[in-house]
Design a protein around this ligand. Structure first.
Ligand SMILES: [Zn+2]
Ligand SMILES: [Zn+2]
Length: 292
């Protein structure tokens, strides 16, 4: 059983429609796929329909932009009721912040002599709810300023680079609580990844677990072997679920092919058990796993 629990579609910054992503997952020999677009559930309905049609098990999720002790943390949320009001409010605030920083980034780029405008970014975003930095990067690629997204982030848009603009991110602790109250479960994405300026240690993770964190993403392309071993040991000590995933973005991110990392079936089932318990305790109407 091959399980990939972290992927993006065009609903955020992937390059495939949810239907194309499901088709690619089947072609890659996956049995279970989670769709986890940034801060939006817009791709859920189409992905669920495609998964049913194509015989793929699908978990509906999101990757939420949060902040903890003044640092950005990506939090994967699986199977929450997407209509739970406190969660909806946080998502609205995050999406507004994401969109809101685009004009500032464009202005900074202009100061650097790079003339892209909002129309370029809109074209690159093609109707996604989560228009933001990756689409500014795509506009830079389309204009021939950089070769790919990675170069755009490294030279201009990444943290500490000249066109970087901070934006709103929801407090991590609040989001973990909201997702639990919405009947879902949470997993910290790439906790010691490239973009993590401060690495949460065992004590931090234990505190997050106390308020409801279910697991950590250990097998991710941002983590080298020693990092994975260290994180796996922490997860074992604390009893956190260990996941492994591709963080696939279609053609939007190199070296993140579907199934490049996978989650062990027993860990996946532990995660589903925790989700079922959270769902029962919440009394919310949570999305089912789509089963072929
Ligand atoms: Zn991430
Ligand atoms: Zn991701």
């Amino acid at each position: 059983m091959r399980i990939d629990l972290h992927t993006h579609s065009r609903a955020s910054d992937g390059t495939q429609t949810p239907t194309e992503l499901v088709g690619a997952a089947v072609a890659a020999g996956l049995d279970v796929l989670a769709l986890t677009d940034h801060d939006t559930t817009d791709g859920w309905a189409e992905a669920a329909e495609a998964a049913e049609r194509q015989g793929l098990e699908l978990v509906r999720g999101m990757e939420l932009s949060t902040r903890h002790q003044d640092h950005g943390v990506h939090l994967l949320a699986y199977l929450p009721d997407p209509t739970y009001p406190p969660l909806v409010e946080e998502l609205d605030r995050v999406l507004a912040g994401r969109r809101g920083r685009v004009p500032t980034m464009i202005a900074r780029l202009r100061e650097l002599g790079i003339g892209i405008d909002e129309e370029d970014v809109r074209r690159a975003a093609a109707g996604t709810a989560a228009t933001g930095r990756p689409h500014v990067a795509d506009a830079l690629v389309a204009r021939g300023v950089v070769a790919d997204r990675t170069e755009a982030f490294d030279r201009f848009l990444g943290w500490g680079r000249p066109a970087h603009v901070d934006r709103y991110a929801a407090p991590l602790v609040d989001v973990i609580r909201h997702v639990a109250a919405a009947g879902g479960v949470t997993v910290v994405a790439h906790p010691w990844g490239r973009s993590s300026r401060r690495r949460p240690d065992e004590q931090d993770l234990a505190q997050l677990q106390e308020i409801g964190l279910a697991g950590i993403e250990v097998d991710h392309q941002d983590h080298d072997e020693p990092t994975r071993a260290e994180l796996r040991a922490i997860a074992r000590n604390l009893g956190l679920v260990v996941t492994g995933s591709s963080d696939h973005h279609g053609a939007g991110k190199l070296d993140h092919e579907l199934g490049v990392n996978t989650t062990a079936p027993e860990e996946y089932h532990r995660l589903l058990d925790l989700a079922a318990a959270a769902s029962a305790a919440s009394g919310r109407r949570t999305p089912e796993v789509v089963r072929p």
